[in-house]
Design a protein. Structure first.
Length: 107
């Protein structure tokens, strides 16, 4: 029963936009969350606040990064790790090359 109630409360007919109610609809989206716009009894689009849209994009991006990291770690072989000291020597890095790098983040 709650899913039916939610569907009713979170759907709006596109005709409400034609009646000049867009401002009210946008306020409801900001206050209560997403709304599904219906056109000819079919879902036409979903209205989200910009903050919610960004939050969802961040979640999708985080999930993709996690999947990529999980895939990479499934092939990880500790025997192939190269010590930092060896990399520094091969690349001719000096300690001064690492100054002012404490603010750098790696993901």
């Amino acid at each position: 029963m709650s899913s039916i109630r939610s569907a009713i409360e979170n759907t709006i007919p596109i005709s409400q936009f034609n009646r000049g109610l867009a401002g009210k609809i946008f306020d409801e989206v900001k206050q209560y969350g997403a709304k599904v716009v219906m056109k000819n009894n079919t879902a036409e689009c979903v209205l989200l606040s910009p903050d919610e849209y960004i939050r969802l994009l961040d979640e999708v991006n985080d999930a993709r990064l996690l999947a990529s990291a999980t895939e990479r770690m499934s092939h990880f072989n500790p025997a192939t790790v190269i010590p930092q000291k060896q990399v520094d020597q091969e690349m001719d890095f000096q300690p001064s090359d690492f100054e002012n790098t404490e603010d750098i983040e790696f993901e």
